[in-house]
Design a protein around this ligand. Structure first.
Ligand SMILES: Cc1ncc(COP(=O)(O)O)c(C=O)c1O
Length: 275
């Protein structure tokens, strides 16, 4: 199901700058009982991304009404919102007046085995690195070639996610998720000032840690720090929180802080869906 600029169609003009250059932003949102989870936080990040790229942010009430229209009646699904700079301009030069394209689409929720949540998943380090660009860091822009190349490094179902480093050897995030690890009761999370996406679940986990008085440190780490961790987990809007049971050759137990975080996140989700 699609809504393109408010209409039930899905054929985007080939001159659209999203198609031509990846000149746009997107959000991937979990939908439960027909309700998009943490919609406001996703729209806030979308707005921040639009501001960063100088794309006019669509009318928020209209966007919300369209989201509601698309999600109503569905049960569990994944909602994707794309906003591009629209068509026009000459080459990279933007048109004088920008008319953004907005595309909302609803997709089946991926069926991950339940034991990914309970027993954990297997990760690897990827060869492909993330380039540093503080202007593009944090936002969910449409240029994801690094993630696509990283994800192409492994096939099959034995490994669920790959971790990516920057060119200075700092661990940044997964190909589709943010990374956390625990050492001696403290939660550590990579700094995303130079690359990476500031995930909505990452923000939730950080605030849940602060609320529950778990010490949290945000900085740059190399891979040995992660391999020496007591607990590791990855997050995104669709998977929620997946504990990590193995990273390359290193095995981890699903620890106490990961479990508590999953519990608090589940409670926050339930609360949000009641609203
Ligand atoms: C590269 C990358 N980092 C982080 C995330 C996590 O973001 P969120 O928690 O908003 O889903 C994603 C989600 O797709 C991602 O693709």
């Amino acid at each position: 199901m699609f809504l393109l600029n408010g209409e039930r169609r899905h054929c985007v003009d080939v001159s659209d700058r999203g198609f031509q250059y990846g000149d746009g932003l997107f959000e991937t949102i979990a939908v439960y009982q027909g309700k998009p989870l943490f919609l406001q936080q996703h729209l806030d990040r979308l707005r921040a991304g639009c501001q960063r790229l100088f794309i006019p942010y669509p009318e928020q009430d209209q966007l919300k009404a369209e989201v509601k229209q698309l999600c109503e009646g569905s049960d569990t699904a994944v909602l994707k919102i794309i906003v591009t700079r629209g068509s026009g301009g000459r080459g990279y030069r933007q048109p004088d007046s920008i008319v953004p394209t907005r595309l909302l689409s609803l997709h089946p929720f991926p069926e991950y085995p339940a034991n990914f949540q309970t027993d954990g998943v297997v990760l690897r380090f990827c060869q492909q690195r993330l380039a540093s660009n503080p202007v593009l860091a944090g936002i969910k822009h449409m240029n994801r070639l690094e993630q696509i190349l990283a994800r192409a490094e492994w096939q099959g179902d034995a490994i669920q996610e790959g971790l990516m480093l920057d060119y200075d050897g700092h661990v940044v995030e997964g190909t589709m998720s943010n990374l956390f690890f625990v050492k001696d009761g403290v939660l550590y999370v990579p700094l995303l000032t130079y690359c990476g996406i500031v995930g909505i679940v990452r923000q939730k986990v950080v605030s849940l840690a602060q609320y529950n008085q778990i010490g949290i440190v945000e900085k740059q780490f190399d891979k040995t720090r992660v391999l020496e961790a007591d607990e590791v987990f990855v997050t995104n809007s669709v998977i929620g929180i997946w504990p990590v049971k193995q990273l390359d050759q290193q095995c981890f137990k699903v620890g106490r802080i990961t479990r508590r975080m999953q519990q608090w996140y589940a409670e926050a989700r339930t609360e949000e869906l009641k609203l």
